[in-house]
Design a protein around this ligand. Structure first.
Ligand SMILES: CC(C)[C@H](C(=O)O)[C@@H](O)C(=O)O
Ligand code: SF4
Length: 424
């Protein structure tokens, strides 16, 4: 019996010829990432365990993105602790407050290698499945074990295959596809499974659009959201490595022809419409027209889900075409990384956001987690391009968040209320 892509990667990383779902394997980790919120607990765990040397100072990535620049004394203390650790351990890949969101920065700097196992102390580490890596989020104390040994045990997950076919209509983005899928399978529909996305629609997607799909795999409980690497993937990875001098050898893997999937979902997107994930659950997905008309207070365009250049481009296009945003609306725009910010400045996108009265912040997690900027107050309603809308996620427990694509979010900013972008 053949193996799925995730099984192939886990077999290779654990030195086994074959593995099957349910097997417990000890896998070698190629890249391990911790950020400013999860890193301190990892570092303190290492200290408490008396471990004074990490396994490999070139495979660890430390990055600040959640509270940058430090927004409290506690955040500043966490930063100090982590900077000290980086110096002591001579960690080669350290990104201080200037780079942006971990899941955008990691691939941009060439730290994501197809065919390998990547772990991050952050739940959206599944994003890197878009590059054909078995990438998954782990806890801070597990990360301490990885920092110490370079290995971690996994139960080999079953794979759910999403065969996505058809052509997306204008105004429909990959965000609508993944929200639609999560609406179908539910927030726990893929718990501890590997979600694999394939089919012609995925093939035709940009890397950025694929990352949006992989990013949200955890929102249906999946360990990873993996996509078979193709030419686009390899080009992206090689270019990123060359640009940043991070070149490491890697071998992209593919699923066997006779791989066995626990379930295959046929997703046909020709008729897919713009959607919202409505409060307070990511799987509470409704067609935009069903909920249109509700007044909103804020729109957030950013995050590791949709803060990339193509997202900013799509959003500003809508705003520009309709002459600006509604008078009484707040729009917070956060490019996902410094590279995205620089490219957006070069294209004149940032100037345009400012011209229309949007507030552009530094690359960071920003409003996504309700901790840094753009916190919603009691009774307020926000539209967000991020990945979670749990009660209180972007601020007050009495606020509400609708998740949407950048095109739909921008249309809402123009109208000042929930709207299907085709109806603007
Ligand atoms: C702070 C961090 C642990 C958290 C996560 O792991 O997901 C955050 O990134 C989030 O999106 O809620
Ligand atoms: S942008 Fe949001 S979802 Fe992504 S890592 Fe930051 S807080 Fe988590």
């Amino acid at each position: 019996m053949g193996m799925t892509l995730s099984e192939k990667i886990l077999a290779k990383a654990s030195g086994n010829k074959t593995v099957s779902p349910g097997d417990i394997v000890m896998a070698k980790i190629e890249t391990a990432m911790a950020h400013d919120i999860t890193g301190p607990l990892t570092v303190n765990t290492l200290k408490n365990e008396g471990i004074d040397k990490v396994w490999d100072n070139e495979k660890i990535v430390i990055l600040f993105d959640h509270q940058i620049p430090a927004d409290s004394i506690t955040a500043a203390e966490n930063h100090i602790l982590m900077r000290k650790f980086v110096k002591e351990q001579n960690i080669k890949n350290f990104y201080d407050i200037r780079e942006g969101v971990c899941h955008q920065v990691l691939p941009e700097k060439g730290h994501v290698l197809p065919g390998t196992v990547l772990v991050g102390a952050d739940s959206h580490t599944c994003t890197h499945g878009a590059f054909g890596a078995f990438a998954t989020g782990i806890g801070s104390t597990d990360m301490a074990a990885v920092f110490a040994t370079g290995e971690l045990w996994f139960k080999v997950p079953e794979t759910l295959y999403f065969n996505i076919t058809g052509e997306l209509k204008p105004y429909v983005m990959s965000k609508d596809v993944i929200l639609h899928i999560i609406g179908e399978v539910g927030f726990d529909g893929a718990t501890y499974k590997a979600a694999q996305y394939g089919g012609e629609t995925v093939k035709n997607m940009t890397i950025a659009s694929r990352m949006t799909m992989s990013n949200m795999a955890i929102e249906m409980g999946a360990k990873t959201g993996i996509i078979e690497p193709d030419e686009k993937t390899i080009n992206y990875v090689k270019t990123a490595m060359e640009k940043h001098g991070t070149t490491r050898p890697f071998e992209p893997l593919k699923a066997d022809e006779d791989a066995e999937y626990e379930e295959v979902f046929e997703i046909e997107v020709n008729d897919l419409e713009p959607v919202f994930a409505c409060p307070h659950a990511v799987d509470n997905v409704k067609q935009a027209r069903e909920v249109a008309g509700r007044p909103i207070d804020q729109v957030f365009i950013g995050s590791c889900t949709n803060g990339r250049l193509e997202d900013l481009r799509a959003a500003i296009k809508v705003i520009e075409e309709h002459g600006g945003i509604a008078d009484d609306i707040r729009v917070v725009v956060t490019p996902a990384s410094r590279e995205v910010m620089l490219a957006a400045i070069e294209e004149g996108i940032i100037q345009k956001f400012y011209k229309y009265g949007c507030v552009v912040t530094n690359p960071s997690c920003s409003a996504c987690m309700g901790a840094l900027y753009g916190i919603l107050g009691p009774g307020e309603v926000g539209v967000s391009t991020s990945n979670r809308n749990f009660r209180g996620r972007e601020g007050s427990l009495d606020s509400e968040v609708y998740l949407a694509s950048p095109i739909t979010a921008a249309a809402c900013a123009v109208k000042g209320e929930l709207i299907d972008p085709r109806d603007l």
